[in-house]
Design a protein around this ligand. Sequence first.
Ligand SMILES: [Fe+2]
Ligand SMILES: [Fe+2]
Length: 745
Amino acid sequence: MLAGWRVGRPETTIRAGDTMAGTGDALGAEDLRELSSNAEAVVANLDRVVDGLQADARLATQTVVRPHPLLVLVRSGQVSVIVAPACVLERGRALLEPYVQALAQREAVLVLCGRPRDSRFDLAADSEIAAVLPEEPTEDELVTGVRRALELLHLRRTSTLPPAGAMPYLGVQASPTDSMRQADLKTVLSRVAQLEVLHKVGIALSAEQNRGRLVEMILLEAKRICNADGGTLYIRTDEDELKFAIMRTDSLGIALGGSTGGEISLPPLPLYDPVTGAPNLKNVATAAAMLKQSVNIPDAYHAEGLDFSGMKVFDQRNNYRSKSFLTIPMVNSDNYVIGVLQLLNATDPDTGDVVAFGPDQQSIVEALASQAAIALSNRLLLDGQKELLDSFIRLMASAIDAKSPYTGGHCERVPILTEMIARSLCDAREGPFRDFQLDDDEWYELHIAAWLHDCGKVTTPVHVMDKATKLETIFDRMEIVRARFETLEREAEIRVARALREPGADADALRRQHEAEVAGLRDDLEFLETANVGGEFMSPDKQARVRQIAARPYRQGGEERPLLAPDEVANLCISRGTLTEEERVIINMHIVHTIRMLEALPFPRNLKRVPEYASGHHEKMDGTGYPRGVYGVDMSVPARIMAIADVFEALTAQDRPYKPGKKLSEAMRIMGFMKKDNHLDPEIFDHFVRSGLYRKYGEKFLPPALLDEVDEQALLGIQPTPIQLPDGAMRAERQQTLLPPYRSR
Ligand SMILES: [Fe+2]
Ligand SMILES: [Fe+2]
């Protein structure tokens, strides 16, 4: 695709019928790669852009041409929109040289695909950039962006605007024409200011990710354009109501919603009559929404057919006089009204008098509302998807917590503690974390990773996860062992009864022998019962006794066999806890499944680190953790935070059977040993101690009886054992592969 282009210098003027071929040198793949590291993808995207623009019926009367692999021109009469990827502004501004005059004379304007990675770009309010679309815009975003840019160009041509002259962001200069020099300066400057605001807002709108700040920006900029005293932005709800999102009345000092945090208590406005189902055309905001038309009212007190009773009550209470209204529906690319923008009391900047909204103001606010509708619609859609994803990961976490009483509320509490530690590290102004920060994307990555950190536990068999005793499989096999001992007792009774019937039997001797045998059996059973619980260390002599008991002959189904099967012996001889090595690996495998599950998910670029953050919580700083045995220096800070949160939650959890939660001092003492052994990150652990986060968490989730004193100085004084770090190649290999017990399962 790339090698086939011959471009060199594009044409120097923009004409109908422009063709994509130039006469210069062949532009090879190398040249394009100098402009963009992923030139293939950028060009392919522009191919799609051309196809989309050419095929769209809404641009049927425009000419779409491709003068260069990285430029697309959409021409309409005397004006042209130049669609270009952001890399053209980053590295290939020479490509725009032929269009400088057209840009300066406001006969052309740029629509960018993607935002240039240029720190000066935020300051750029240059009028040559009409819109910044996503890197890979949808056809609707593209067509809407191009159409708005064309509208803007036509609007400029009908006004008496001067040329742009200097375009500081592009770094070029052009000369104005004589006719433009003669324009009325006051009108022109005001118009320029409005257009500049519109452009700036267009750029800012596409960049704003917070819904509250977005609606605030839309309303405040619209107010500023019209010098309006007040305004309201309504958002349409799923229940077909217009909900107050933000309100301002400057002269009354009213500022509610948006970033103010002030709640708006006014009830939403129904778009349809709840009884008849008819469209609600009584209220100006609902009428504008239902009719998809702007409503410009010079004086509401003289307006007919609309209900302004609420406004009149408001005026009376506040000694205010609402007069001029400009109400504009915000329609998205699906032609669906997503909100309404309403401005109140336009004010003459010279006299301060309340005046009607002029047609120029209306057209520019309509252009703003149109851009804003797309930005807001995208934001609402993204927020909706984010909420859905959030609900899904919480559902997944609660399913894991519900699967076993042994995990209790672990999956729910680890994210809380993880985020507490991360927040505190971001707030640190001194020490090793004084420069540590997470941006919005990294916070969201950490949030998802923490909620899904044990998602692999869905695959762990419940009978292993919940194994309370050594002989437990899907039930505790101690029951069978007890039954066998009962059988042995019965057999002993039968034996003694028979012996007593023998002539000349020594009854006393037989009874003593029987009692001794029964006592021995009961003692052995009691010993096995104790061993089965797994609370005590099984020393080699205790293990020998298990084997000795196991070897006792036992008849079942007419066959003689050992009293305990080999697997039962192996389980009862577990030296600590209740799990065999095999079962421990099965439990530990949950983290491998977590990695596999998360790596299989198509996380977008801004969430790519979720698997790394989530998968490191059983790794240790000295490389003795699992499943990869990576070293702390190779782990991200969020992954190391999660390891501490995971351990502290598990030690203090109150909702697990057979295992009471530990007191703060006990939990922290154990974690102190883990600091010494370099199992936990010593610096994050010290911050955890020094900040008192362990106590803040404890006060929220632990009963007061467990909140005892912790010797912080002793914990901070622990010196971690120095780590012998292997060479980089070996560490890099560990990051890529699983340790042998965790492979191919
Ligand atoms: Fe885990
Ligand atoms: Fe966990």
